[in-house]
Design a protein around this ligand. Sequence first.
Ligand SMILES: Nc1nc2c(ncn2[C@@H]2O[C@H](COP(=O)(O)OP(=O)(O)OP(=O)(O)O)[C@@H](O)[C@H]2O)c(=O)[nH]1
Ligand SMILES: [Mg+2]
Length: 304
Amino acid sequence: MRKNQGSHPVPFRSGYVALIGPPNAGKSTFLNRILKEKISITSRKPQTTRNRILGILHRPGSQILFLDTPGVFQGATPFNARLVNTALSAFSEADVVLLILDAGAADPESEEVLIKAIRSKNPRAVLTFNKIDLVDKGTLSTLTEQWVGAYPFEAIFPICAKNGMGIEALLGALEGLLPEGPPYFGDDTITDRSMRFLVAERIREKVFRLTGQEIPYATAVTVDDFFRSTDRPFVRIKATIHVERDSQKGILIGKAGQKLSQIGTDARKEIEAFLECRVFLELLVRVQKNWRKDTKALKRFGFE
Ligand SMILES: Nc1nc2c(ncn2[C@@H]2O[C@H](COP(=O)(O)OP(=O)(O)OP(=O)(O)O)[C@@H](O)[C@H]2O)c(=O)[nH]1
Ligand SMILES: [Mg+2]
């Protein structure tokens, strides 16, 4: 619902900015940095983000509604195509598309899909080269020359999502491109995602960071029970890590349960910092055969 809160400066601007880019370009790192809160999980592995995640930035003169999306790539399997669809469908909701590329690593296949999609939808778009901490000035100017004619971008910004460099200037430019309008959300809301989702994602992040090969991709996490004590400052969480095959279950649990225990400890520590209280985290591993091809399971795991 649109609310006119009256107390904001006029003209106030509000609108959606879709974060679009190849996998691993730093879209989620960017979102977390500007919101100063972990709304979206990150990892060194591509295809970490699987859902469209709204992150709301409240500024004195604007409310910028960022949509984090899965990385766009030439997805061969139906599940990967679903991720790419999720990303590209954010175009239709966005007032501005923010194309985020990794300045240190070109990804021609993804870039081709992305630029085609941008040209066909013709949105207002801003281009950013992220990870400028990893490249020299020469590389940046070559990149700019290469991209400047690809699309009539409103602006091009070099940034570093990791240390914040260039981000304030970018936010100012994005704000200027948004339509005049009232804030859509109350001042204390920073995402549309539930606590359970944010907790499940933190667990999934630890799987991404602590396991290799196909395991992260074969994993989904559900929070099955979330109990907050009313008389003592603690939360008890029961969650399930779903994998596709028995062999993956074995790898995820590890020798003498060590891998699962490490995932649980890392996740618990982070959830405790997030919820600001003690957390008892119980993790189960369950085989849900080929869940990425199972419509019912996909729905249950939060894929629309
Ligand atoms: N050096 C450096 N690393 C960065 C920067 N921004 C992000 N990273 C790293 O790049 C990796 C990918 O970051 P993510 O934010 O998960 O990338 P993403 O675009 O959301 O990736 P997907 O969700 O898989 O599409 C992580 O290891 C980040 O720490 C940056 O400005 N500099
Ligand atoms: Mg991401």
